[in-house]
Design a protein around this ligand. Structure first.
Ligand code: SF4
Length: 272
């Protein structure tokens, strides 16, 4: 995917973008706390809608040229004043954007500034973050995440081989460590933790993450983490790699049923 496509796709040149309609969260105003016009991430997922990762990073202290808390606050203020936007229609403010948002070293301060700006406009909407979970072992990252109303954390598989092939972490990582760190985060933020599972189909068996045994193992491990909710969904935008595609309802159900067995019907939501 070229830079031009990326810009068209997700407004990668903006600090505040949207609002975009999300099936999971309603009308969402996006905050991109990462450098503009490039993708900065600790993963390079095969299904990523932003194309390949240009800026491979696992340590927030190595991030350069990112929006400061003041720039984020100013951009949000400007957006909320812009003609054509009715702030009262916004359901949620989401930190996401050009990669992995926990790579911003001033995440906690940024979310506090966003909350102040929302207050200036009399808006009381949840501020959420979508994270790939890879940096949860870092105490400072967890402290930043604790400032959010909701943390939506990725876990696509509990199988190490598949994790390496689907999420393609930019340095060696163990998926079992990520699961352990999710449990630590849960202790810190309680019911503000949601886990998201992306189910993918592929021409390559090694990328399919819906096998019953694997689903059952992940359900067992996630019941130990005990998130408020698990959201199961699939690809709905053009992926980075052409060998992966949307999983059928039947395949989503295999994963969902395994999770429901462990976590209960009402704590698993499927987006077909
Ligand atoms: S974690 Fe998100 S932004 Fe990073 S590569 Fe995966 S899908 Fe893309």
């Amino acid at each position: 995917m070229s830079i031009r496509d990326k810009r068209l796709h997700l407004e990668m040149g903006k600090v505040v973008y949207g609002p975009v309609r999300s099936r999971r969260f309603g009308l969402s105003l996006g905050i991109n706390p990462l450098p503009l016009m490039r993708k900065t991430c600790s993963f390079d997922c095969v299904y990523c809608q932003l194309g390949r990762t240009d800026n491979l990073l696992v340590d927030p202290s190595g991030l350069r040229d990112y929006p400061t808390p003041s720039q984020i606050a100013d951009s949000l203020r400007c957006k909320l004043k812009s003609p054509g936007l009715n702030p009262d229609e916004i359901d949620v403010v989401t930190f996401s954007g050009n990669g992995e948002p926990t790579l911003n070293p001033k995440l906690g301060e940024s979310v506090r500034r966003v909350r102040e700006v929302l207050g200036e406009f009399g808006l009381d909407v949840p501020i959420i973050i979508l994270t790939n979970s890879s940096l949860l072992g870092c105490g400072r990252v967890r402290e930043g995440l604790a400032e959010f109303d909701l943390v939506v954390a990725k876990l696509d598989t509990a199988d190490q081989e598949r994790f390496l092939r689907i999420n393609r972490p930019v340095v060696d990582m163990e998926v079992m460590d990520i699961i352990k760190h999710l449990a630590t985060l849960k202790k810190l933020i309680g019911d503000r933790l949601i886990v998201q599972v992306m189910v993918i189909d592929s021409t390559d068996e090694g990328l399919r993450n819906y096998g019953p045994e694997e689903a059952s193992r992940m359900a067992e491990l996630l019941s130990g983490v005990n998130p408020k909710l698990v959201q199961v969904y699939t690809i709905d935008r053009p992926p980075s790699e052409s060998s992966v595609f949307k999983a059928s309802g039947e395949k989503l159900s295999i994963v969902a049923e395994a999770l429901k067995e462990r976590l209960g019907e009402d704590r698993v939501k499927v987006y077909y």
